[in-house]
Design a protein around this ligand. Structure first.
Ligand code: ADP
Length: 402
């Protein structure tokens, strides 16, 4: 059995999945959570059965021991697996990585150098890599960056109009995130349409707890809604997305607000949470159904912001062939998709309401009519499979060149 172990290590959790990069078959997956806290937990799922264990997990090294222990106890037996790579999700690759790479000491040093750009994410990613290197010393480790897909953005889209010294000394520019998902989904929709990706103009809406829109032309990202940080762009669970850059100074003056409080409020207390008191779209939709005015306003703000991006990106692309919804909200909230697509009739999008209502719960499907000039699809994202494929491809490339 050939497989890639995909690891998504955060500061206090490690998500993992063992999958076949060719068929996409998932052999096992799991989550180790509350690393470094007084109580931790491991959940290992194999053959549809979940095995749970509660115990303190002091650090990522201990998490990796638990992971290998869970495979030994519940299977599949890693000794019987042809493990071609360990694929790591790394959030920020800066301008240094436009492609996945095998981890070397120089790569680790660069990811470390990028920590100031992603202080909440890259340190956990690094801990995961070093722990996996110790646990699997003979297996190539491959880093797959959330930012890499967007490195094809033209300068005009990546540049903030700010002083040169900020750009030159502090790497201030737009990087974009969710690249693994946008890459997977934009390629998959081309397959579904039966058209070469090279001739398609696509907008992908990745709407999960974090949310971003990407304009994809000929398979390459040409613009995306997230920027230097994952705070820019769409309305998200706890992040408000676009706002007036003058807000920071205003709140410092009128409320004596510190930078720390401002940062925290914008990343943890805004978005759906700020508008409704709940960051969970399921709850917001339930309250909207009951007539709650805050939930209704939040829904309208989300839709309005989506329309601004779809409209803007359509102009950037010079037209639109396909629009794709993905991630938890995109895959499940049919009324939201309907509200967006119904306002795109001027572009030639014609919703198929029955297909839209039926495409939920992780189903793949077209939600516009067969004649619709813009084809709108729901494509469930699979970041783990995309990481597994990219990691396997890096290893295969290296074997071919050596
Ligand atoms: P993450 O970015 O954490 O991976 P997900 O892609 O899982 O997030 O998306 C989480 C969001 O999707 C939450 O707002 C959640 O409420 C929403 N969501 C998931 N399933 C449903 C559903 N069946 N109906 C409405 N919203 C849903």
């Amino acid at each position: 059995m050939r497989a890639v172990l995909v690891i998504n290590a955060g500061s206090s959790s490690v998500k993992y999945q063992l999958l076949d990069p060719e068929t996409g078959a998932s052999h096992a997956k799991g989550l180790i959570e509350r690393i470094g806290l007084s109580t931790g937990a491991l959940h290992h799922t194999v053959d549809g059965v979940r095995h749970d264990r509660e115990l303190p997990v002091p650090d990522h090294e201990a998490a990796m021991h638990l992971l290998t222990g869970a495979f030994a106890e519940h299977g599949p037996d890693l000794a019987q697996v042809d493990l071609v790579a360990v694929g790591h999700r790394v959030v920020h690759g800066g301008a240094d990585f436009a492609d996945p790479v095998e981890v070397t000491p120089a790569v680790l040093a660069t990811i470390k150098r990028l920590v100031p750009l992603a202080p909440l994410h890259n340190p956990g990613n690094l801990d995961g890599i070093t722990a996996a290197q110790e646990a699997f010393p003979d297996v190539p480790q491959v880093a797959v960056f959330d930012t890499a897909f967007h490195q094809t953005m033209p300068e005009a889209a990546a540049t903030y109009a700010v002083p040169k010294v900020w750009r030159a000394q502090h790497r201030v520019r737009r990087y974009g995130f969710h690249g693994t998902s946008h890459a997977y989904v934009s390629r998959r929709v081309a397959e579904l349409l039966g058209r070469p990706v090279e001739e398609l103009r696509t907008v992908v809406l990745h709407l999960g707890n974090g949310a971003s829109a990407t304009a994809v032309e000929g398979g390459r990202s040409v613009d995306t809604s997230m920027g230097l940080t994952p705070l820019e762009g769409l309305v998200m669970g706890t992040r408000g997305g676009d706002l007036d850059p003058g807000l920071a100074g205003h709140l410092a003056r009128v409320a004596n607000m510190s930078m720390e409080d401002y940062d925290r409020a914008l990343s943890k207390e805004s978005g759906l949470l700020g508008l409704t008191g709940s960051a969970d779209m399921r709850e917001v939709m339930a309250r909207r159904d009951e007539g709650d005015p805050d939930a209704e306003l939040a829904f309208e703000v989300v839709v309005h912001r989506l329309l601004r991006y779809v409209g803007g990106f359509t102009a950037v692309l010079g037209g639109l062939d396909a629009l794709v919804f993905t991630a938890g909200i995109g895959e499940n909230v049919a009324p939201l998709r309907a509200a967006v697509v119904d306002r795109l009739t001027f572009l030639g999008a014609e919703l198929d309401p029955a297909a839209n209502d039926a495409t939920v719960g992780g189903a793949e499907g077209r939600i516009t009519t067969a004649d619709s000039r813009v084809q709108v699809w729901v494509v469930p994202t699979d970041e783990e499979l995309e990481i597994a494929r990219q990691a396997a491809a890096v290893v295969a490339d290296q074997q071919n060149t050596s």
